[in-house]
Design a protein around this ligand. Structure first.
Ligand code: NAD
Length: 484
């Protein structure tokens, strides 16, 4: 099989914060891979713009080092890397002042696709948007890419939307959530809307419940100050998990087009019911035999911030009435794993005598590691001795099923950047979606902050606090094992 590389038009991509951690670790190594895949027309340019006083050669050197460190195998292609680096330029710029803007104006061409990636602190988004206009750089066709976090509550997200809207139309704004750029996430839509098998079962007649788990093994070391002000709800649930929930639960859009898809996702968020306290479990990791506790990691001995959260949600519409959606995410868990599991209902009646086990079909969609899909089906246990049933997976790990093509699958950031260049907003969050998500999470957060709710401690390397297990046990269900 040969992957199809869809050509893109010539572009100027300006990366504000081009010397930062995200640019060096993800954005530029990703762009180099797209360059290798032939998706960077010869006259396209990438312009780093940041505070450091560098010249273009200094920046190329920095990016050569970054690609060597974070770029994987491809970085050994030194000849190609050299050609890629020649397309890089750099401007030292002050987002809050006048320095560098005239130089940037000279570099950005008005007659090619212009994209401006705001890979800087959100407090600078407004300054950048304004200066792109006052310096006559942005046009009505320019696109801006905005990193997360997009606000920390409804009020701040609304204010940020309003600021960006002063200078850019919604069609020009690409709010990035790298989860949406993952191959499997897009496959969710292909599976649901490209097969006749699943859609008829995708409702409360056949689905018992759905579990969404995003677990990490790392703690918060390194970004403790930011994390302690956010917690798992703001950092993971409000964006990534809710986006996954939307894709799983949404109605089929009329067409595969950005606003059609986003309209349907928005309806899901709006249909989410408020959750009461009994259906939320917040946790904080404890110290382990050779690791620090959360509070030690964030250097805040009185922190009430959650590094784990589990919750039971309901969507108030005809399709999902009565079907719980269990969400959980946490740090310092037993394995790094992201999975969506659609657990189907029991058979109404079993014809197999003596078969007491409950056999359920489970469709599991793995986002990481080993992106893939498996469907648990029930078969006869091989061998003599009557009709005994066992459950086996119909497993499709993309790397196995697609061979070399799977290796060529672009990583989330590079795919999303190419979507920006192509002008495709399907995998980016619209302003009203982000606000609707905050509208749902705000009262929950305000509730536990007002109560000074203390998160339950959990052992590092575990599946979270005991109470999270109870959340499902009480409903006669259990969490799927977290496997790395
Ligand atoms: P960073 O601190 O490593 O880099 C910040 C960049 O902004 C630097 O290039 C710096 O020169 C530039 N900058 C700072 N002040 C400036 C100013 N006044 N004028 C011009 N440039 C200025 O930050 P980062 O980790 O790369 O994160 C960038 C953005 O991406 C943030 O919004 C962050 O929340 C988001 N993000 C980062 C990650 C990650 O893995 N690092 C992941 C998700 C989202």
């Amino acid at each position: 099989m040969v992957s199809r590389v869809i050509p893109v038009e010539t572009f100027d991509l300006v990366i504000f914060g081009g010397t930062g951690d995200l640019a060096r670790r993800k954005i530029l190594p990703g762009l180099f891979r797209r360059f290798l895949a032939g998706q960077m027309p010869e006259s396209s340019r990438i312009i780093g713009a940041a505070r450091s006083e560098l010249d273009a050669d200094g920046y190329r050197k920095m990016i050569a080092d970054a690609v060597a460190e974070f770029g994987g195998e491809e970085s050994s292609n030194t000849k190609a890397l050299q050609t890629f680096l020649e397309r890089l330029d750099y401007v030292a710029i002050d987002a809050k002042g006048d320095g560098g803007w005239a130089d940037l104006a000279k570099l950005v061409r008005p007659d090619v696709i212009q994209a401006f990636y705001f890979s800087v602190a959100p407090s600078l988004f407004g300054d950048l948007a304004e200066r792109l206009h006052t310096n006559g750089i942005a046009t009505e066709h320019s696109r801006i890419v905005v990193e997360k976090p997009f606000g920390r509550d409804l009020a701040s997200a609304h204010a940020l939307n309003a600021t960006l809207a002063e200078h850019f139309d919604e069609k020009q704004i690409y709010r990035i959530d790298h989860y949406l750029g993952k191959e499997t996430v897009q496959n969710l839509m292909a599976i649901r809307f490209g097969n006749v098998l699943f859609e008829p079962l995708w409702n409360n007649h056949y689905v018992d419940h759905i579990q969404i788990t995003v677990s990490e093994t790392v703690g918060v070391t390194g970004r403790g100050a930011y994390y302690d002000r956010s917690g798992a709800m703001r950092d993971m649930v409000q964006n990534h998990l809710m986006q996954l929930l939307c894709l799983i639960a949404m109605e089929p859009p009329g067409e595969f087009e950005a606003d059609a898809v986003r309209d349907e996702k928005l309806k899901v968020i709006r249909a989410l019911q408020p959750i009461d306290n009994h259906h939320i479990v917040r946790g904080q990791y404890d110290a382990g035999p050779d690791s620090q506790s959360y509070r030690e990691d964030v250097e805040n001995p009185r922190s009430f911030t959650e590094s784990f959260i589990a919750m039971r949600c309901h969507i108030a519409n005809w399709r999902w009435a009565g079907v719980p959606f269990y969400l959980r995410t946490g740090k310092k868990m037993k394995a790094r794993s992201s999975e969506i599991a659609v657990v189907f209902k029991d058979l109404g009646h079993t014809i197999f005598e003596g078969d007491e086990a409950r056999h359920r079909n489970i469709l599991s969609i793995r986002l990481q590691p080993n992106e893939g899909i498996d469907l648990q089906v029930t078969i006869k246990e091989p061998g003599p001795g009557g009709m005994r049933l066992i459950d086996v997976p119909l497993d499709m790990t993309f790397a196995d099923a697609l061979g070399d093509d799977a290796e060529e699958v672009p990583d989330a950031y590079e795919r999303l950047i190419m979507d920006v260049i192509r002008g495709n907003q399907t995998l980016f969050m619209r302003g009203d979606e982000v606000e609707a998500a905050w509208r749902w999470t705000d009262p929950l957060i305000e509730g536990w902050e007002a109560r000074n709710d203390v998160p339950k401690l959990y052992e590092p390397g575990s599946a979270g606090p005991e109470d999270a297990m109870m959340l499902l046990h009480r409903d006669g269900r259990k969490w799927r094992d977290i496997k790395g």
